[in-house]
Design a protein around this ligand. Structure first.
Ligand SMILES: NC(=O)c1ccc[n+]([C@@H]2O[C@H](COP(=O)([O-])OP(=O)(O)OC[C@H]3O[C@@H](n4cnc5c(N)ncnc54)[C@H](O)[C@@H]3O)[C@@H](O)[C@H]2O)c1
Length: 261
């Protein structure tokens, strides 16, 4: 438990499932008041986590939802921009509407949340904004152009906020590798179809791509997000941290067990 987090007012976007759900739960366990801004209600109501229906790509939704939090809780201390979507296409193939949708949620959504939360975070003089970026903020998977572009750009946004608002707001990007969530399942099905055995094999194969030879758990990302928001990380801003089992440091040729020529 981190005493410094008790009673903080936290907003997590995309908190209805996956990494966002784990982050919302982790802040709640620390004694924070947590708001989940999501387009979709969570499957089960979670005690202590307040759901607000919000499409982060809509400016009117975001401004109204932020105002609602301030009306109910009086302030905002921590924002986690986590909502994200992914669809596979190379730049030459991606329909323009799909490009706008992915950039709209992943990048513009994080911008809008930042824009409307920053005045409130400044008032606390120790605000924190986290951005769920990705290993794909510096690495590139094939046929994933819009998603990759959005995640690269998020590092720029995280750094800009850090530079423009220091020392009153700390801004950090967290970069997960392959984490087992509903999004991952969806990605695996895009590649191998719905056969559960094939999906299982695909997920295991993705896990083996990193030196730790397994996928990460949402809680392993949430633990880092929580730490980044504590006073123990008080000199950390304008940077990113990888939670990827070593994936982003790894040259595939050195994969364990790979035959040498
Ligand atoms: N799972 C991974 O391996 C992985 C790896 C790197 C980065 N990420 C990033 O982590 C974040 C969470 O990913 P996840 O795997 O938990 O995804 P997920 O699809 O399981 O959950 C995403 C959540 O975001 C919500 N959401 C989608 N569009 C929204 C919108 N317009 N407004 C508000 N909420 C919206 C969804 O309803 C859902 O609850 C994303 O930004 C994703 O890009 C995930």
């Amino acid at each position: 438990m981190y005493d410094c987090l008790r009673s903080k007012i936290v907003i997590v976007t995309g908190g209805s499932q996956g990494i966002g759900e784990a982050i919302a739960d982790a802040f709640h366990k620390e004694g924070c008041s947590v708001y989940n801004f999501d387009v979709r209600k969570p499957e089960e109501d979670r005690a202590g986590i307040c759901y607000i229906e919000c499409d982060v790509s809509s400016e009117t939704n975001v401004s109204a939802s932020i105002a609602e939090v301030v009306k109910r809780s009086g302030r905002i201390d921590i924002v986690v921009n986590n909502a994200g979507i992914e669809k596979y296409n190379a730049a030459g193939e991606v329909p323009s509407e799909e490009w706008d949708e992915i950039i709209g949620v992943n990048l513009k959504g994080s911008f809008l949340m930042s824009k409307y939360a920053i005045p409130h975070l400044l008032r606390t003089k120790e605000g924190v904004i986290l951005y769920t970026a990705s290993v794909q903020s510096s690495m590139v998977q094939k046929r994933d152009a819009a998603y990759v572009t959005s995640k690269h750009a998020l590092l720029g946004l995280a750094r800009s906020v850090a530079i423009d608002y220091a020392p009153y707001i700390r801004s950090v990007a967290i970069c997960p590798g392959t984490i087992l969530t509903p999004l991952q399942l969806w990605c695996a099905r895009q590649e191998v179809g719905n056969d559960p055995e094939k999906v299982e094999r695909k997920l295991a194969q993705w896990g083996r791509l990193c030196p730790m030879e397994r996928q990460g758990k949402p809680e392993e990302v949430a633990n880092v997000a929580v730490f980044m928001a504590t006073s123990y990380a008080s000199y950390v801003t304008g940077t990113c941290i990888y939670i990827d089992g070593g994936l982003s440091s790894f040259i595939p040729e050195s994969a364990p067990g790979q035959e040498k020529v």
